[in-house]
Design a protein around this ligand. Structure first.
Ligand SMILES: *Cc1c(COP(=O)(O)O)cnc(C)c1O
Length: 404
């Protein structure tokens, strides 16, 4: 295990010059789909083709650029095994496939990423006969109460999207352990810079590298990291053979490049998000702000214990109706109206009209997703420019002319 710190690992780990790229400071983009063998060796089996030794056979199995990224991501999360997929969704589906069979049961947070929730409902519950219980995991007792003898997977996200709720990973890891179930945590929102679920007791960590790990809104990808050798073998089978879902070399290069600045970006994202959260909290057109860095967040203490920072994503409720939120959002110039999070540019979205629009309104509202709940992914621009932009939005809500 490499005990250097995240900032150092993020810059170079995994890209060490090896057999195939002696002397390169950064990993080249290896586009080859196949690799010539030196000859035919009757003693050789597929198992002997070891990318760590510079041996590659076919790029779906292993590719040098993807392999560099997989080693990097494993090191950043403090795990032994990393896997890079074509999307975060593919990463989550793969670990779920590795963890359940028909008749099994999953316990999941009820405020999951909307796509993950749909995957569990439509693919696993409706088609694969895997029952799924969605619970309010802000209280670990609710997870303990939902666990059954046939529970094989507990799936968490913290903080969640869009209500920015936390769950106590260490407490839930104990519950999963007692139940002989696997605990997976989607760590997309905080990145390994602020939170390390494996250290807190999770068995596997998932990422949408589309977000902070790549960080520049120009690649879609996903990753899994684990230190469980048996699970790693199953993940490798599913990634390379069972499903054949791998991240392409060019995207692997982009994420390798993105991770180099992860620590600096995360610090800037957080400083800006905190400044904006404080500004919003004092505003008379804002009814509630959800950001774990605020003392008013009901789980601020848990955030302080479990994470080394609060991240760059927050949500807040505007006073008024859908049309007020619409006027606010459409007046913004620095914040692009777009789904997704984690890029250097600031984005804003209205869950009720965008990411969570497919959920029926009554169900949405019962869950706290009102028509004026706004989610923000705060970028690394100058915070005063961002606050001035929000003032433009509030002026539009009041029906004042908007200055540019
Ligand atoms: C974006 C996201 C996903 C899905 O990742 P894709 O790369 O879009 O497939 C999963 N979980 C969280 C928390 C996300 O933000």
């Amino acid at each position: 295990m490499d005990d250097r710190r995240l900032e150092t690992l993020a810059v170079g780990h995994g890209e060490d010059p090896g057999e195939t790229h002696r002397g390169d400071v950064v990993s080249p983009i290896h586009l080859a789909s196949t690799f010539a063998l030196p000859g035919l060796d009757p003693e050789m089996s597929l198992e002997d083709v070891d990318p760590a030794e510079g041996d590659f056979l076919y790029s779906r199995l292993n590719n040098p650029t993807r392999f560099a990224l997989e080693r990097r991501l494993a090191a950043l999360e403090g795990g032994d095994h990393g896997f890079a997929f074509g999307s975060g969704t593919a990463a989550i589906a793969t670990v779920a496939m590795a963890s359940v069979e028909p008749g099994d049961h999953v316990v999941a947070f009820d405020d999951l990423y909307a796509g993950t929730r749909r995957m569990f409902e439509t693919l696993f519950r409706d088609r694969l006969d895997v029952d799924v219980s969605f619970v309010d995991a802000t209280d670990p007792d609710n997870v303990a109460d939902a666990v059954r003898p046939e529970t094989t997977l507990v799936w968490m996200e913290t903080p969640t999207n869009p209500l920015i709720k936390l769950c106590d990973v260490a407490a839930i890891a104990d519950i999963a352990d007692d139940a002989d179930a696997r605990l997976g945590v989607d760590n997309t929102f905080l990145s390994p810079y602020f939170q390390n679920p494996l250290e807190l007791g999770a068995d596997v960590v998932a990422h949408s590298t589309t977000k902070y790990l790549n960080g520049h809104s120009d690649s879609v990808g996903g990753a899994l990291v684990t230190d469980d050798d048996e699970l790693a073998e199953e993940l490798q089978f599913l990634q390379q053979v069972g499903l054949g879902n791998v991240l392409a070399p060019f995207d692997a290069y982009l994420v390798l490049r993105g991770t180099k600045t992860l620590a600096s970006r995360m610090r800037d994202h957080e400083a800006n998000a905190l400044a904006i959260a404080e500004y919003l909290e004092d505003h008379d057109l804002v009814e509630a702000v959800h950001y774990p860095g605020l003392e008013s967040h009901p789980q601020h203490e848990l955030a302080r214990e479990q994470t080394s920072g609060y991240g760059g994503i927050l949500s807040f409720e505007l006073a008024g109706e859908f049309d007020d939120a619409k006027r606010f959002l459409e007046a913004l110039e620095e914040f692009a109206l777009a789904v997704s999070v984690g890029g250097v540019e600031s984005l804003v979205e209205l869950p009720a009209g965008m990411t969570h629009e497919p959920i029926p309104k009554a169900e949405r509202e019962a869950h706290g997703i009102t028509d004026t709940l706004v989610r923000m992914s705060v970028g690394i621009e100058h915070p005063e420019d961002l606050v001035e932009d929000l003032e433009r939005g509030f002026a539009a809500m009041r029906g004042q002319s908007v200055s540019h």
